[in-house]
Design a protein around this ligand. Sequence first.
Ligand SMILES: [Zn+2]
Length: 236
Amino acid sequence: MRELYITDGYLKSFEATVEEVTGDKFVVLDKTAFYPNSGGQPHDVGVLVRDGEDFPVVYAGLFGGKISHELGKTGLVAGQEVTGTIDWDRRYLFMRSHTACHLLSAVIFRETGAMITGNQIGEERSRVDFSLEEFDRSRLAEYVDEVNGIIKEDRAVRTSLVSREEAMEIPDLVRLAKSVPDREEIRIVEVEGVDLQACGGTHVGRTGEIGKVKMLKAENKGKSNRRVYFAVSEGD
Ligand SMILES: [Zn+2]
């Protein structure tokens, strides 16, 4: 199974072959552009079309290392050819929000040394959690301003695949306070001059596409756990 979004986050439609169907509605394809719910980024939705007939994709998840597409309708069988199309508006919002997460975590790390402990992207809002003793809302607002500055600079966002050994030699690579994924090839996402992270999600190609980041809320989540909620909107 090939994950097409790994090399092309902008791919909206693709041709594929049905490899497995479980319980009449859980479908594995030989390749897919559907991003599965993982790493704080929600799954794509969309449609698989077979001979002009639509099979809505209502969920995509990782099960046993494979991406399973949950369909809203039964009838597909292994061996059939389909055309898949993702809901682009939803995905593009997630790409913009996800890239904004990178910028926010990079700025927070640069300014405070805080590690990011979690993130969750959503349609209405997204959040970044980080570990920091000091908690100052006005400083956080400044960090968001810095993020908007990086967006205005319209920096390139590049992805590449490197070996695990190479990845481990890059300082501060995994800003999410957890280990580098246990894979032979690690995907590196670079925001030119700002951030370098191991990440399997989808991102925009230039920071300018994010638009504008607005901080919605900052919360204390215990002794040193901090949480920032934000939303992205079209730039001015
Ligand atoms: Zn990412």
